[in-house]
Design a protein around this ligand. Structure first.
Ligand SMILES: C[S@@+](CC[C@H](N)C(=O)[O-])C[C@H]1O[C@@H](n2cnc3c(N)ncnc32)[C@H](O)[C@@H]1O
Length: 251
């Protein structure tokens, strides 16, 4: 079972985010144990202060290192002694490594993830330098806190756990699973307000459907994400499909 501890100032946000749908079910089915750890419980003093003014001056507040180190240490102490892999201590920061599907896959194969959610102006840099094993950003933009990034990471990881979704074969069809975007999906009705589903999908010809879907993956990725397309590992069959895309009837 994958264990995920989320160190946060807002445990209720994490709890709400992991209580429904696939992630909620994965918890019920004991595929994942997800705990929101209230950072304030590890802060000292009457006011349980978790932040302070930045050294050197400047606007805003910075999260103090002591409560974060203590909270992580407590998560490490309560980990089962049977763990064979070292826990991953993940600081969520806009300056981190950009999160990808490949990283989600890799994290889904771990035993214990500890996620640290920042707030305010961010977290004292010693957490990044001396405590975190990974620093992850979910995109090139700045959010108020690390709770939504943590929930995004949890959702993307938990759905990859064996048994988490009913049809695991659909995971292989997802965008990014093989370096390409996914193909377009349609459902009933076959015609809606004059908009028709591509006829090949109604043909029952599984070979033709598979070829059409792969061709769409190639076309969409080349058009929408040329950066991904440039890195994709293409087969001979893909190259043939691409040459068909160049022919006038495909335009
Ligand atoms: C307002 S942000 C701090 C931004 C910081 N001053 C900077 O310029 O990089 C507060 C917290 O939100 C979280 N956060 C914001 N944007 C994020 C992103 N793109 N990826 C991951 N975490 C993010 C982090 O935990 C961060 O410590």
């Amino acid at each position: 079972m994958l264990r995920i501890d989320v160190i946060t100032l807002f445990p209720e946000v994490i709890e709400a985010g992991v209580s429904y749908s696939i992630v909620g079910r994965a918890r019920e089915w004991s595929l994942a144990q997800i705990r929101a750890i209230p950072l304030r419980d590890y802060a000292e003093g009457k006011h349980r202060k978790t932040d302070d003014e930045p050294y050197g001056g400047g606007a805003g507040l910075v999260m103090k290192p002591e409560p974060i180190f203590k909270a992580v240490e407590s998560c490490l102490c309560s980990a089962p002694a049977t763990s064979s892999r070292p826990p991953r201590i993940i600081l969520l920061e806009p300056q981190g490594r950009l999160y990808t599907q490949a990283m989600a896959q890799e994290l889904s194969e771990q035993e214990h993830l500890i996620l640290i959610c920042g707030h305010y102006e961010g977290v004292d840099a010693r957490v990044r330098e001396y405590l975190a094993t990974d620093v992850i950003s979910i995109g090139d933009y700045v959010l108020t806190g690390g709770e939504l990034p943590a929930l995004i990471l949890i959702d993307s990881v938990v759905r990859l756990l064996p048994g988490a979704i009913h049809s695991p074969e659909s995971l292989g069809q997802d965008s990014y699973a093989d370096g390409l975007l996914g193909y377009p999906q349609y459902t009933r009705p076959a015609e809606f307000r004059g908009m028709r589903v591509p006829s090949v999908l109604l043909s029952g010809n599984h070979g033709a459907i598979a070829r059409w879907r792969r061709k769409e993956q190639l076309r969409l990725t080349r058009t929408l994400r040329p950066d991904l397309f440039a890195k994709a590992c293409l087969t001979q069959a893909d190259i043939q499909l691409l040459s068909e895309l160049e022919s006038p009837e495909e335009a």
